[in-house]
Ligand binder design. Structure first.
Ligand code: PRT
Ligand code: ZN
Length: 285
């Protein structure tokens, strides 16, 4: 039986979360991590550890079958791959930034300016769309120091907290795109591999879904049960069990983390007591 080859970043911002996601899918990486290759003991996959920039190309060429990489790298390289899923980590944006003291008067300020970046293709197509003629200088690494050393007038780079820009005397003036880690796939997987990829994707979705949900148990007076069921309907419908005490029931349901405090406040108003909230490890819908 063939194995699905998964490419993840060897050492960088994506590595830990990528590996964690694979592990949470129940994949047991027996011979350790961070070698060139590791084989799973209990699922037909092999992990390849690569530089993030190489991942889209290897997936496009079929050296790897699927991979985890930043959307920004996919957008820059335009490889022939499919994006299967946005994974919700390594979120950042790609922005244009100028020296703090420059007077910014809109995109036209970039006309005939020198801009340093490691992402020339994304910037080129953005400027083309906006009809800006600028000189794009491709440099790899430490883009943020380019204006200070006179190499460029502005930069186009990845921004997350923005502190790198601030500490280099720069200000972010335009956001060109948002990025996060994505799962990409070779567009021509054979049936066997496509089936494994599908199973893995199902597991990844279950893991990600569970992270946002909590299991909730509570006791409630019977005459408020309808209100509470409307508030937390659960996956299909909640479980209700009578308590030994007359007129009360125990209820089990699922609660989304984003509405957590709002729901808890309302539950208290409905007279709910003994509320327990428990993390969910996996959620199969
Ligand atoms: O060695 P290899 O080539 O594999 O790694 P790399 O150094 O090229 O990439 P790496 O590990 O730095 O980043 C991998 C991916 O993480 C990127 O392609 C993005 O998709 C994503 N990501 C998320 C980021 C950031 N956040 C980020 N903040 N990548 C880089 N940065 C840089 C940014 O350029 C800035 O210089 O981190 C610096 C700090 O950002 P602030 O704004 O928080 O100060
Ligand atoms: Zn890289």
């Amino acid at each position: 039986m063939s194995k699905l080859k998964i490419a993840i970043q060897k050492d960088g911002r994506l590595s830990e979360k990528s590996l964690e996601l694979v592990r949470e899918c129940g994949i047991d990486l027996t011979n350790g991590s961070r070698k060139l290759l590791s084989v799973a003991g209990n699922f037909p996959v092999e992990l390849m550890y690569l530089r993030d920039d190489d991942i889209p190309g290897y997936v496009a060429d079929g050296v790897a079958d699927i991979g985890i990489v930043g959307e920004n790298v996919v957008e820059e390289e335009q490889p022939d791959v499919q994006i299967l899923e946005k994974l919700g980590f390594a979120k950042c944006r790609m922005s244009l930034a100028l020296p703090r003291t420059d007077n910014y008067k809109g995109l036209d300020s970039f006309h005939n300016k020198k801009i340093a970046t490691s992402y020339p293709n994304i910037l080129q197509s953005y400027f083309k769309k906006k009809n800006i003629e600028a000189e794009i200088h491709e440099i790899s690494g430490s883009v943020e120091i380019a204006p200070a050393i006179g190499l460029a007038d502005a930069i186009f780079d990845i921004v997350s907290s923005g502190s790198t820009l601030i500490s280099n005397g720069l200000k972010e003036v335009e956001t060109v795109m948002y990025s996060q880690a994505v799962l990409i796939s070779n567009s021509d997987l054979n049936n066997e591999k496509a089936e494994i990829a599908e199973k893995l994707l199902f597991r990844m979705r279950s893991v990600r879904k569970s992270g946002k949900n909590k299991y909730i148990l509570l006791n409630a007076p019977n005459d408020r049960l309808d209100d509470i069921i409307r508030l937390i309907p659960g996956m299909k419908s909640p479980t209700i069990m009578p308590l030994a005490e007359e007129g009360w029931s125990s209820m089990h349901s699922v609660l989304n983390e984003n509405e957590f405090w709002d729901v808890i406040d309302k539950l208290k108003n409905y007279g709910a007591q003994g509320i327990l909230v428990i993390p969910i490890e996996k959620m199969i819908v």
